[in-house]
Design a protein around this ligand. Sequence first.
Ligand SMILES: Nc1ncnc2c1ncn2[C@@H]1O[C@H](COP(=O)(O)OP(=O)(O)O)[C@@H](O)[C@H]1O
Ligand SMILES: [Mg+2]
Length: 212
Amino acid sequence: MTFEGGEGSGKTTQAVRLCRSLTERGYTVLQTREPGGTLVAERLRSILLERSAEPMAPETETLIILAARRQHADQVIRPALARGVLVICDRFSDSTLAYQGYARGLDLNILKRMNAWATGGLTPHLTLHFDLPVATGLTRRRREALSQNRLDLEATRFHTKVRAGFLALAKREPRRIATIDARQSPEAIALQVETLVLKRLRSLRVNPTHHH
Ligand SMILES: Nc1ncnc2c1ncn2[C@@H]1O[C@H](COP(=O)(O)OP(=O)(O)O)[C@@H](O)[C@H]1O
Ligand SMILES: [Mg+2]
């Protein structure tokens, strides 16, 4: 399962809540995030997010993200899935399409093939897409003064393209990607997330691994 959406759309807040709720229901859950999730990938994450005087080409950005994704897929995601663990990943391949494709203008077909190559074809069973007006997301993030990373500092126009990108992706793959109105209260969103996830788990015939 992946959580996608712009900055400040509530992905992390909701991932934490969903993990708690699924764990209470007896599922074994792993919460992780991209870029990152392994020692090597977290180092690549720092390179990506730190504010630096040296400009970074979108291609460089993409290659670093994909290097981190491969490491994460090999070291964390695939082994967890093989043990029957539910993996909840905060950002994944769709973020690359939205940010480096729709927003930075790299070729979407190339990015899709690179994603497939980097992940060995790993595709989420369900993607929750948190949709929020750009200004609302940035205001939420800017309340946390310390967490202004390189991407938060991009112009509003950039974040508007990211948002349109996620909406276009969701439109193309409505079975995998569910869009959630992220303007709602955290409680209302959590309820919607839980309903969607439990329904998908039932249709995939995934049952809790232990009972309380
Ligand atoms: N539904 C919501 N309504 C208002 N504020 C929210 C909501 N969800 C999260 N927040 C707050 O907005 C900020 C960004 O949320 P976060 O979950 O970190 O977003 P993301 O991981 O998508 O960047 C946090 O300060 C969080 O407490
Ligand atoms: Mg987050």
